[in-house]
Structures are given as structure tokens and as C-alpha cells.
Design a protein around this ligand. Structure first.
Ligand code: TRP
Length: 331
């Protein structure tokens, strides 16, 4: 058994890119509940200026969307980070394991702190310590694999360093995890900027399809997608990234092959119409399921409560073990 842990930060709405690139793979994996943990990492949303009501709303929405997309709470553990105290308990022990210099070197910290300072906002101390909390998220469950994007690789490296250091100093306590790139079926690019990833934190949204977009909005975004100069429909990621992205999306939606699909088209218009229809049909059940689930927030809260209970059952003994190993007197 391989235990996987992944975190979704409730700072934006999930996109077609998240769905085809990650969530759909999570759904397809045939897992047992204690092997796959999916966590809405709400504490991480507090490291920068935030609106309390928005964080609360996006946290429930992220959980609801993951369920709507097909995550089965019988086969995985879906929960909210702040519901399980073990994360913050362990984070402190790891702060006593990490060094100041190590954290100041984190690329994401330097970028985000730089931006906050430029905007005249204070830099929250939690922005500096955030990778330690992320390490606690992962290590509390003895996770083996952490499917993350390239931007999180350095944080997972830090997590490994902290696990090894803690184990060396205080005895074997943590599993040393590794970052994995999700077995990506599709790398979906921004429709307006096909050389960059379709991300949920983009400021401009014209090239980003959100899972909850209405069919008319999806169609409009696809029809306005940037295509390339040159005629004919060929699959060439380097020379024709816009068309290649549309073919990739179509292939991911229909289960076809982008090169073969290209042969069936002579112009961009028909290709876009087919992509729009395929995406609308792909997202239709997700939207419908989301509407049902959102109408009954108490049921979603129940799933999250059960998830937190299960998560606690895994994390508590691990973190208790770490408390003892580091020299704290058992209560
Ligand atoms: N830092 C991750 C991000 O910004 C989210 C995250 C928090 C995470 N804790 C995690 C991801 C643990 C994987 C495992 O996307």
C-alpha cells in the first residue's frame, strides 16, 4: 500500500486544468480510505491578506467540488486541515527541527514576501513558516507520495530533509515522502496564453475554464481561444501550441489521440465547436452533482467531519510518538 497525501488551498475556484490534470486521476485510482488523503488546507490560506468569510466559503466549496468531481468518501479521506489539531501540534516540533536560513531560502517565500512588501502590506510570520506546516501535513500521516506541481517541489524537498533530520536526532519516527507528478493524462494550458498552465490563481480568467462555468461561458471561452498562424489542423506543441492545446483537451475529454483527431479537421472553427461541446458534456455531471451537494451543506459537513475523525485516527499516534521522541513528558 502506498499512502498519498495531497492538499488543495482554498484560494480560488477549481479549473478544467485541475480536473483533467489531477482530480480525475485521484477519482480513477482504486484506493482504500487510509491510503489516499485529500485535505483542504485552510490554515495555509491565512498566510497572506485574507477575508474570513471568503476563506470559509471557498473551503466548503473546494470540498463540495471534489465530491462533485467524483471523489468517493468511502475510498479516500477528505477533510479540512484545521479540523485536525495534529497538523499544528506537529508543526511546532518541526519548527524546532528546521533552521531560519533554510526557510528564508524558499523561492516561494522570497517571491510572495517581495510582492507583499512591494504592495505595502506586512509579511506575516506564517508566510515564512508555512513550508513547515506543509511538512507537518505530510509527515503526520507517514505519507509516502505527494502529488504536487513543480512549484511545490522545493517544499517537499524540505519535508524530506526535516523527516531525515528528526529521525536521525530522535529515532525513527517519520516516513520520508517523495513528490510525484500526477500520472498526467492532460496538461491543460491557458486558452488565451497556451504556453502557460491553466491555473486557478490567474488574474485574467478569459483563458481559464472553471468547473462551475455555465455552458454558455465555456463555449465562449473555447470559441475565443487563441489559435496559431498557419493553416490546417496539425498537432505540434512547439510550433502550434494553441491548436495543440485544443486537441489535447478534446483527446482528454473523448479518450482519443490528439494526432489522430487532428486528421479529422480542416479548419479551426469546427475543432473549437467540438471542443466546446466535449468540455460542456464533461463538466455537465460535475455541475449538476455540485448543485445537489451545495443544496445540502449539512451533508458535506458530515463527510468532512467523518474525514477529520479518520484523519485524526491516523495522525494522532504518529504525532504522539514524535512528542515522546523529542523529549516531552507524556501527560
Ligand atoms: N502548498 C500547497 C500549494 O500551495 C498546498 C499544500 C499544503 C499541500 N499542504 C500540502 C500540497 C501537503 C501537498 C501536500 O499548492
Amino acid at each position: 500500500m502506498t499512502r498519498i497525501f495531497s492538499g488543495v488551498k482554498p484560494t480560488g475556484h477549481l479549473t478544467l486544468g485541475n480536473y483533467l490534470g489531477a482530480v480525475r486521476q485521484w477519482v480513477a485510482a482504486d484506493q482504500k480510505p487510509d491510503e489516499a488523503l485529500f485535505c483542504v488546507v485552510d490554515l495555509h490560506a491565512l498566510t497572506v491578506e485574507h477575508d474570513p468569510a471568503r476563506v470559509r466559503r471557498l473551503s466548503r466549496q473546494a470540498a463540495t467540488l471534489l465530491l462533485a468531481a467524483g471523489l468517493d468518501p468511502e475510498r479516500c479521506t477528505l477533510f479540512v486541515q484545521s479540523h485536525v489539531d495534529e497538523h499544528t501540534r506537529l508543526s511546532y516540533l518541526l519548527e524546532c527541527t528546521a533552521s531560519d536560513g533554510e526557510l528564508r531560502r524558499m523561492i516561494q517565500y522570497r517571491e510572495k514576501a517581495g510582492r507583499a512588501q512591494a504592495a505595502g502590506d506586512g509579511v506575516r510570520l506564517s508566510l515564512l513558516t508555512y513550508p513547515v506546516l506543509m511538512a507537518a501535513d505530510i509527515l503526520a500521516y507517514r505519507s509516502e507520495e505527494v502529488p504536487v506541481g513543480e512549484d511545490q517541489r522545493q517544499h517537499v524537498e524540505l519535508t524530506r530533509d526535516l523527516a531525515v533530520r528528526f529521525n536521525q536526532r530522535y529515532g525513527p519516527t517519520f516516513t520520508v515522502p517523495k513528490a510525484t507528478h500526477p500520472a498526467v493524462a492532460a496538461r491543460v494550458m491557458d486558452l488565451q496564453d497556451p504556453r502557460s498552465k491553466m491555473g486557478k490563481s490567474h488574474e485574467v480568467s478569459a483563458g481559464v475554464v472553471y468547473l462551475l462555468d455555465e455552458p454558455a461561458a465555456v463555449t465562449k471561452k473555447v470559441m475565443r481561444a487563441v489559435t496559431d498562424t498557419g493553416s490546417g489542423v496539425v498537432y505540434d506543441r512547439e510550433a502550434r501550441p494553441g491548436v495543440a492545446n485544443l486537441l489535447d483537451i478534446l483527446a482528454a475529454c473523448t479518450g482519443g489521440d490528439p494526432v489522430e483527431l487532428a486528421a479529422g479537421y480542416t479548419g479551426y472553427g469546427q475543432l473549437k465547436r467540438d471542443v466546446a461541446e466535449a468540455v460542456v458534456e464533461l463538466l455537465r455531471p460535475v455541475r449538476e452533482r455540485h448543485a445537489e451537494l451545495a443544496a445540502d451543506p449539512a451533508a458535506v459537513d458530515g463527510v468532512l467531519r467523518a474525514g477529520a475523525e479518520r484523519a485524526r485516527g491516523i495522525a494522532r499516534p504518529v504525532v504522539d510518538g514524535a512528542y515522546e521522541a523529542i523529549g516531552l513528558l507524556a501527560p
